[in-house]
Design a protein around this ligand. Structure first.
Ligand SMILES: Cc1cc2nc3c(=O)[nH]c(=O)nc-3n(C[C@H](O)[C@H](O)[C@H](O)COP(=O)(O)OP(=O)(O)OC[C@H]3O[C@@H](n4cnc5c(N)ncnc54)[C@H](O)[C@@H]3O)c2cc1C
Length: 459
């Protein structure tokens, strides 16, 4: 559980106390051995590795992200609903990243672009944004892990390829960890005083199951389902240059649903991610010029909040994404917007004729209308046309749509404002897996908040 939230908590605890002894359990590989065969260009198709190098391993899902750190509480999670000091902690996390080599450069909010968006009923969220780039972000994570190992010495252990299957209290109030080995659980030979769950999205299933089995209440019924859009970089170039990432919200006229354009990767690549066997799409972008592509990609997701009796939003999103995997023969689908609107499949011949060529070579040309629910699909098409008025060319015939992209949020456990699980002694939960955050900045901030609580209680 070694994503940015867990790393930040560890960094702060080691830096501020000589009395802590920390063990990190991570089901993925070390940073150096996290290798996605697709990124290495060894294959076009996801091989469904035992652990997904993009999502799992030391430094978590952020390791190969393009490292956009948004310094804001306008989006990126829900910490600000619980803690007023959220922004201060995001800044604190940023200063730790800077200590470990991250750039100090920030893109600043742009009121003129915001005003232009409003003229088309598009609502741009404003933030100071740092764009590290996939390459520089990775270097920062390497340095951060080295700093942790140097500061911690024998007071810190990072155990990789260790899939936590259970955590239990024992009679003396201590906690023990069980490793999942195929269908069995093996007890790890050490006892702990405090547990921090920092499982990320890859472990949200595990965490919610643990909560249910241990009597911790859960809530959250939101799910975002949509596509990754890929088009020529010139179409959104002005935004890329001025603010780097346009995050735009649109309420569709047909259903009154919220659609979000976000996760912008200027001149980047579309990638697949494997979350516990289900393939979805995402994107990233390198900082160095020679790795940049001619295309830009971003997500458009339609938000659905379910009400009673349905309470399985994660399963719903996995089901929709699973359908796309099924009809693409175990991959993800790519379709031209024009074909989708004409009600026909994009096939290999049509894709070859496309003026926009996919950066994700393994995506299978197909028909998104066969797997995405009508409501979400209508919302996405309407949003693309709304964005087209702002940045003409967005809804061109050859705009590529990859599916499915979905963001489901870990069900949020019942916890106090220090993120201690209700009814449990010395259990904390942080980050995306616990449904408090959905960004690097907020996950990092929450790790620092919990570290401060533990340090205070140690006094
Ligand atoms: C390709 C991609 C690009 C992204 N780009 C951005 C971006 O530019 N800006 C941004 O703000 N956000 C971005 N995100 C989202 C961001 O990465 C997450 O919000 C952030 O990583 C959440 O941090 P976390 O610590 O909560 O969890 P994670 O980073 O997901 O880390 C959780 C870790 O726990 C491990 N784990 C889970 N369960 C277990 C278990 N049972 N046993 C042992 N280990 C376990 C996982 O293997 C993982 O390494 C991106 C995500 C992806 C996938």
């Amino acid at each position: 559980m070694d994503g940015i939230s867990g790393l930040m908590a560890t960094y702060s605890l080691l830096k501020n106390s000589k009395d802590v002894d920390i063990t990190i359990f991570e089901r993925g590989n070390t940073l150096e051995t996290r290798k996605c065969p697709i990124l290495l260009k060894k294959t076009d198709k996801c091989l469904k590795c035992k652990t997904c190098a993009i999502m799992e391993g030391v430094a978590g899902a952020g390791a190969f992200s393009d490292g956009k750190y948004n310094i804001t509480t306008e989006f990126g999670g829900w910490l600000q609903d619980i803690r007023e000091d959220t922004l201060a902690y995001i800044e604190k996390a940023d200063s730790i990243l800077v200590e470990n080599g991250a750039t100090k450069d920030r893109f600043m909010p742009n009121d003129e672009l915001k005003k232009r968006c409003l003229q088309f009923d598009l609502h741009m969220l404003q933030s100071e944004c740092k764009h590290l780039g996939t390459d520089a972000n990775f270097d920062t994570m390497v340095k951060m892990v080295q700093s942790i190992e140097k500061m911690g010495g024998n007071r810190v252990s990072i155990l990789t390829n260790f899939d936590v299957g259970n955590v239990e209290d024992i009679d003396n109030g201590k906690k023990v960890i069980y490793k999942k080995v195929e269908d069995n659980l093996e007890k790890y030979d050490k006892e702990f005083d405090i547990i921090i769950f920092a499982t990320g999205r890859a472990g949200s299933h595990f965490f919610s199951r643990w909560c249910k089995e241990h009597g911790v209440g859960l809530k959250n019924n939101q799910v975002d389902v949509g596509v990754r859009v890929e088009l020529p970089s010139s179409i959104w170039e002005e935004f890329e240059k001025k603010i780097y990432e346009p995050k735009i919200v649109y309420r569709t006229k047909q259903y009154g649903d919220v659609c979000r354009m976000f996760c912008f990767n200027g001149r980047g690549e579309v990638v697949t991610e494997n979350t516990e066997g289900i393939l979805t799409v995402n994107g990233h972008a390198y900082k160095s010029e020679e790795k940049k592509t001619k295309n830009t990609n971003f997500a458009i997701l339609s938000t659905t909040r379910f009400i009673e009796p349905f309470n399985q939003p994660i399963e719903y999103a996995r089901y929709v994404a699973g359908l796309a995997n099924m009809i693409s023969g175990g991959s993800v689908i790519v379709q031209r917007l024009g074909d989708l609107e004409l009600g026909r499949r994009t096939d290999l011949k049509r894709l070859k004729q496309s003026t926009v060529q996919p950066t994700l070579k393994g995506a299978v040309p197909g028909d998104l209308s066969l797997c995405m629910p009508k409501r979400q699909l209508d919302n996405i098409i309407e949003t693309l046309h709304a964005l087209d008025r702002l940045a003409p060319g967005t809804a061109n015939y050859d705009t590529l749509l990859y599916g499915i992209e979905c963001k489901y949020y870990g069900a949020r456990p019942e916890a106090d404002e220090k993120f201690k699980l209700s009814g449990k002694d010395n259990y904390f939960a942080i980050g995306d897996g616990a449904g408090f955050t959905r960004s690097l900045g907020q996950a990092a901030a929450q790790g620092l908040m919990v570290a401060d609580t533990i340090l205070e209680e140690m006094k």
